[in-house]
Design a protein around this ligand. Structure first.
Ligand code: URP
Ligand code: ZN
Ligand code: ZN
Length: 464
């Protein structure tokens, strides 16, 4: 199968020019002006942007959590991602306590294999790293799992202590792999939650009121300090607040290899969403919580100037009916997480590029290239170049839609609400190509399935 994309404005993290792209099989083989090549299929991209497929480095498909399981599996979640212009996700395999991480990885391979429409990789969530287990980490790296997520939050569930953090960080550094950190002091937060519950508080807003930004900042500070001593590159996931970002800046200023991602929800929504009537605020119960609105300006500044290096979704959807409702009697029982894998590329274009907060090249960098470089996918993925995978999106920068769970052009996630319901967004993916297969065209799914597991390279290595 060959594809010719004519006259598109090709945008990468550094380029901006009009040309044609020829795709032969799974890769881009030619880029040039007025290519005279015959293709099985031709798209006229005049007036459109042509960008590398989005890479979302933080999703949770089919994840058991909070007494239930996230509503999208690897089939529905990757179809939704594709509709939104994302052609690669990095999801999280989980090691159950006492289980080998290698066995945990097998479980997640079983959930994903043969089901995805786009390519995918895994980070490994470590919940238990006794000394005699450390050798598993090299085997994971050899299997293409070159990053780990550890949690300071969720005591009794995913939380690990500082000794486990240090031990895992150290070996990860020796293996030239990367640590992803959920940085929030869950031990203190649980005490604050206990006080709130004892005082009779039940409503969703208390999810935010019991999670001070200072406790996120403390977690970020501690993770950076441990990473500095353990000599491992660190990546703070879902950073949500000015206080936490300040700690990233301090760490980087003293030379620590720390990066951080934020998410569209922290850039565009705020804690007032929790006060919606009829328990509706539960839809946005996620961890970290949505913050006071003034934090958003600081996060945008971090994205613009480089202290935040990527925008991921933390897509972890739970239906309002039957799942979020588990917490009607207490905010502590609301499953934590929200949908977004379909919305990321467009929201960042609309609220970022169109609003003048970031450049068009930075948009591509934040939604694709940076994650590819950080997580061992570059240059196979994350750019439009000869020899790279033909993960290419034709993006219409002038199309305006109102996001709604009821509009089949804006919502394909298997969840009964949209976190961005009613938002007017300009800029939508029109044609989405994954390794040379047209998977979405004009909101129609043309190909289901065919996604592959990608073995990611180690820190500093290229993936060819
Ligand atoms: O609320 C969230 N973020 N749920 C998913 C798990 C996590 O902490 O990333
Ligand atoms: Zn997390
Ligand atoms: Zn997450």
């Amino acid at each position: 199968m060959s594809i010719l994309i004519k006259n598109g404005r090709i945008i990468t993290a550094v380029d901006d020019y009009v040309a044609d792209i020829f795709i032969d099989g799974e890769s881009v083989t030619h880029i040039g002006k007025d290519l005279k090549l015959h293709a099985d299929r031709t798209f006229d991209a005049t007036g459109k942007l042509v960008i590398p497929g989005g890479i979302d480095p933080h999703t949770h498909m089919d994840m058991p959590f909070g007494g239930t399981t996230s509503a999208d599996d690897f089939d529905t979640g990757t179809v939704a991602a594709a509709h939104g212009g994302t052609t690669t996700i990095i999801d999280f395999a989980i090691q159950a306590k006492g289980q080998s991480t290698l066995d945990g990885l097998e479980v997640w391979h079983g959930k994903a294999e043969g089901k995805t429409t786009i390519d995918y990789g895994f980070h490994m969530i470590v919940t238990d790293m006794a000394v005699d287990r450390l050798g598993e980490m090299e085997k994971l790296a050899e299997a293409g799992v070159t990053s780990y997520k550890l949690f300071m939050a969720y005591p009794g569930v995913l939380y690990v202590d500082d000794g486990t953090l240090y031990r895992t960080f150290r070996r990860a550094g020796e293996n030239r792999t990367r640590i992803c950190m959920h940085a929030e002091n869950g031990i203190v937060i649980d005490e604050i939650v206990r006080e709130a519950v004892e005082a009779g508080h039940k409503d969703p807003i208390w999810h935010a009121r019991t999670r001070p930004t200072r406790m996120e900042a403390e977690g970020v500070h501690r993770a950076i300090a441990i990473a500095e001593v353990a000599k491992v590159p660190l990546y703070i996931v879902h950073l949500s607040s000015h206080d936490a970002l300040e700690q990233v800046r301090l760490g980087r200023a003293r030379g620590v290899d720390v990066q951080a991602e934020t998410c569209p929800q922290y850039l565009t929504l705020d804690e007032s969403w929790y006060e919606k009537p009829n328990f509706e605020g539960a839809k946005w119960v996620m961890t970290p919580a949505l913050r006071e609105k003034w934090n958003q300006a600081s996060l945008w500044q971090g994205l613009k100037f480089g202290d935040l290096s990527a925008v991921a979704t933390d897509h972890c959807p739970f239906c309002f009916n039957g799942q979020k409702e588990l917490g009607r009697d207490s905010f502590t029982k609301i499953p934590n997480g929200a949908p977004g894998v379909e919305n990321r590329v467009s929201i960042l274009y609309d609220a970022g590029v169109r609003a003048g907060r970031i450049s068009i090249n930075r948009w591509v960098e934040l939604t694709s290239t940076s994650a590819a470089k950080t997580f061992g996918l570059f240059p196979k993925k994350g750019t439009v170049a000869v020899g790279s995978d033909a993960d290419v999106v034709i993006f219409d920068p002038n199309e305006t839609r109102v996001v709604s769970v009821d509009d089949p052009r804006t919502h394909h996630m298997r969840v009964d609400y949209s976190a961005y319901e009613g938002h007017t967004v300009t800029g939508w993916a029109e044609t989405v190509i994954s390794r040379g297969r047209v998977i979405v065209h004009k909101s129609q799914l043309e190909t289901r399935g065919g996604g592959r597991f990608v073995k990611r390279a180690r820190v500093g290595d290229l993936l060819r």
